[in-house]
Design a protein around this ligand. Sequence first.
Ligand code: PLP
Length: 222
Amino acid sequence: MLNLSAYEQLNQRCQQAGARVVAVSKTKPIKEIQALYDAGQRIFGENRVQELAEKAALMTKDIEWHMIGNLQSNKVKYIAEFVSLIHSVDSFKLLAEIDKQASKYGRIIDCLLQLRIATEESKHGMDFDALISLLKQNEMDKYPNVRILGLMGMATYTQDKSQIESEFKRLKASFDQLRSSYFKANEAFRELSMGMSADYELALVQGSTLVRVGSLIFGSRN
Ligand SMILES: *Cc1c(COP(=O)(O)O)cnc(C)c1O
């Protein structure tokens, strides 16, 4: 069930920290999304292409829809026309496809590069060193229809706060390093997507600008 007071609190805390809330509405019905919209929320995140496309079609057009989940290249075409930000770019093959689909619609699609910071093998994302080597080869110049706004990462699923904190610190350090080197000329490179319901406070302290929060706002998912 939607918890509006938890949402207001989160929103206030994020404003204090200079961050924005991405309300993660996966599995949740339109009715609840509409209720949160009515409370003022405009950024919603989904992790499945089909669900994202269906919900976007049903809602008013002033919502920013963010794709936050693992994205397969062959599905980019279903969201390319409307998606506001793709958080989960974990390969240059995917970036190439986003660029291609964006150009079909005469758009530039904003993206975040997802780095793997967790120890779990299951978590997606690029390794920092692999990313650096691609950037050194000027790979980025090949994709005029994408704009990189920053980085995204997911911490390990653990109760160990010091581990989560150190993973967020590492992501922030990678972000700072990239911003001062390869993205120096790109003023838009200023977003750091990290933190979810359980660890958003740690993330804000470490410099997150976008927290992706679902269950805290909408209640647990079945
Ligand atoms: C589901 C999801 C979230 C939100 O998780 P909560 O724990 O419900 O806040 C954040 N990021 C990604 C990538 C997700 O898939």
